[in-house]
Design a protein around this ligand. Structure first.
Ligand SMILES: O=P(O)(O)OC[C@H]1O[C@H](O)[C@H](O)[C@@H](O)[C@@H]1O
Length: 655
């Protein structure tokens, strides 16, 4: 073990939260960002700054000291020694080891006698640690929380300190994973969507990583799939591939939320990994209460990665059009980015391919999402892009969610190509390329989609569970068992292809449509989105399609102190037994989630939400009357459970 002596700090003292860090990480710029990107980024920064100022007053008192201003020896980078003022510190360790320690680290270092602090720790400097429940930040395979104060009943739990701890924990987790490759210093890419808390969280994440002695590639405004891509792209000039990537996003959730998605070259992290990281982060957070200003030994490099990523998308379309220079020339395509991160698609993808993009809307990042929720599942969002297509007499409309891992389209007649229709369209394209392949979807897909994939396209429909990660993982699993699958898609607009590393990418999905258009235009230069619409010809669609979300009151006495999950399961079990007595209803023979039943010419699915104390009920039928019969069957079983709020279902039945 190496022992080093370090210079000393004056006694630690409280500093206002706005005081800059004593030492900033070194920053370099790998490649000058394009004018457009700089403009977008600075617009986002400006918008964020103005709004954040507005919220600052509401942020409330800090109940916990900022650990940066206390004794410094706990800096997470313990591979190289820190310059710690106020302490003489001797230790050599790895950050992973440090992060694996429990909260005894401070004490044990002291006991070992490796540290001698000149600074006396005053009682007033002892930090009161918030009891942050890190595990509550888990949202399946993502992390999500409240980052901006001001919404009643939604206290901030994703603070900068929490973000720092999570970033340090991710670095430690990643280092552990990469140990076998002999890696000791990591390069982690960090990007964000347009949310107003993006910059403060980006800074916190960067600090957490650089203080742990690892390097950060800051991409600025980016898409979620680009972050994964950065762990795959080989580009020495831009320091890629990164060892890991972090996307700061909460998808379509309201402006006050934010969160993180993590990637390695193996794809997005799974639930177990996230739990592991949050447990580590909780320990880091507790420890940091005793720690000081962390020296940031890692290097921060700004990389214009979205240009690299977008140019790959352009290349994909060019290739499928036989390398024709402007394969989309003459085609009018409008994009609605919903003020999220998807605006790049216009200038960096469509224009270079020759498309006319006039009438594109909400391309500028604005984390308050003033126009509509950036979500292709949202009615208002789909109406907005449909209107833009019709107003501009465009050939095609494209809409993205905030972080561009989801998308949908609209044809020239204003017909929405989303949900089951988009899956049908993608299935048609993929099955042309891979006849007979299995298409994996989420659980709320229609019976019509199954018939379309299996009877019209000659493929196999594997209806699995809700949750994009579940769907992707299932497709990967099927391939590993010898069942070929090339497409995994959710009705939410998440979609991943085997050919694209199972990368969950809304922009790539749209590129597949553009490939089809570009290919068709090499034969007929006047052909427009009809080529796409024709591909979904024959898809049977229900006249009535609803999703009704029934809430479980977690504090209700009927739960008898049990979990909402157990309660939900007992409702489902009861529903199953009620259904078995009804000759008009048939339980789906093969089903992976909830209770799916067909009858009255339609079907319903009642299941537990992936995250919330909610039972989402999907009903599809050929008439309102039939849909009501299905709804009544659910109500008959559900009404026995007094903690289940059936108001929404009653409302539907009374309409
Ligand atoms: O189960 P629910 O509450 O309907 O939520 C389901 C949704 O949760 C998240 O948003 C996932 O990203 C989606 O992939 C999934 O479809």
């Amino acid at each position: 073990q190496q022992h080093n002596s370090l210079p000393c700090l004056p006694p630690r003292r409280k500093k206002p939260a706005s005081t800059p860090r004593a030492r900033r990480p070194r920053i370099r710029t790998a490649k000058p960002a394009s004018r457009e990107l700089l403009l977008l980024t600075s617009m986002a920064a400006l918008s964020a700054k103005v709004i954040q100022n507005a919220f600052l007053a509401q942020d409330g008192p800090r109940t916990r000291h900022n650990p940066r201003y206390t004794c410094d020896f706990c800096a997470l980078n313990t591979r190289s020694m820190h310059s710690v003022q106020g302490c003489r510190l001797s230790l050599a360790d790895t950050s992973a080891k440090w992060l694996n320690t429990t909260s005894t680290a401070w004490i044990s270092f002291g006991k070992q006698g490796n540290i001698s602090c000149n600074a006396t720790q005053g009682a007033s400097d002892v930090l009161s640690i918030d009891k942050v429940d890190f595990l509550k930040l888990q949202n399946g395979s993502d992390i999500r929380g409240v980052a901006i104060a001001g919404v009643e009943g939604e206290p901030v739990n994703l603070t900068e300190l929490v973000a720092e701890a999570i970033a340090a924990a991710f670095a430690a987790w990643l280092l552990n994973k990469k140990k076998a490759d002999g890696l000791r210093r990591l390069r982690i890419s960090v990007g964000h969507d347009s949310r107003i808390s993006a910059h403060k969280l980006q800074n916190a994440i960067t600090h957490g990583i650089t203080a742990a002695g690892h390097d950060v590639l800051q991409f600025g405004l980016a898409s979620t799939p680009a972050m994964f891509n950065s762990t795959l792209t080989k580009d020495a000039i831009n320091h890629c591939p990164a060892d890991g990537g972090i996307m700061i996003t909460a998808s379509h959730l309201p402006y006050n939320r934010n969160g993180f998605k993590f990637f390695t070259s193996d794809g997005g992290l799974n639930k177990t990994d996230i739990k592991d990281i949050l447990e580590r982060a909780s320990r880091v957070y507790e420890e940091s209460a005793h720690c000081g200003k962390q020296e940031q030994t890692g290097v921060v490099t700004h990389v214009d990665y979205m240009s690299i990523y977008a140019s790959d998308l352009v290349q994909a379309v060019l290739k499928s059009a036989g390398n024709k220079e402007k394969p989309l020339e003459g085609l009018h395509i409008v994009v609605d980015a919903g003020n999220g991160a998807g605006g790049f698609f216009v200038d960096k993808v469509l224009k270079p391919l020759g498309a006319v993009t006039d009438g594109s809307q909400f391309l500028e990042p604005d984390g308050l999402f003033p126009n509509h929720i950036p979500n292709p599942e949202d009615k208002a969002a789909m109406e907005a892009i449909t209107q833009a297509v019709l107003n501009n007499k465009a050939d095609l409309g494209i809409i993205f969610d905030t972080d561009v891992d989801r998308s949908a389209a609209v044809d020239s007649s204003g017909r929405e190509l989303n949900r089951n229709r988009l899956i049908a369209l993608m299935s048609a394209i993929v099955l042309e390329e891979h006849p007979g392949t299995t298409v994996v979807t989420d659980s709320v897909t229609s019976d019509g989609l199954t018939a379309f994939i299996e009877k019209k396209l000659g493929g196999k429909h594997h209806r699995f569970k809700r949750g994009y990660k579940n769907v992707i993982d299932e497709a990967i699993r099927l391939n590993s068992t010898g069942e070929e699958s090339h497409l995994a898609m959710e009705t939410s607009g998440h979609g991943a292809l085997k050919e694209n590393h199972w990368l969950d990418d809304g922009a790539y999905m749209m590129v597949k449509l553009l490939n089809k258009l570009a290919g068709a235009r090499t034969l007929n230069p006047n052909i427009g989105s009809k080529v796409l619409t024709d591909l979904v010809e024959g898809l049977e669609e229900a006249a009535v399609t609803v999703e009704i979300r029934l809430k479980i009151d977690q504090n209700h006495a009927d739960l008898k102190g049990g979990s909402f999950r157990d309660y939900g399961e007992s409702i489902l079990k009861h529903l199953e037994s009620v259904i078995s007595k009804d000759p008009n209803l048939n339980k789906a023979p093969k089903n992976h989630e909830g209770v799916r039943v067909s009858g009255y010419g339609g079907w319903f699915l009642l299941r537990l939400s992936l995250h919330d104390p909610v039972l989402p009920l999907n009903i599809e039928a050929q008439s309102k009357n039939d849909a009501m019969k299905l709804g009544l069957a659910v109500l008959a079983a559900a009404s026995e459970f007094s903690a289940l709020d059936t108001t929404a279902l009653n409302k539907f039945l009374q309409q």
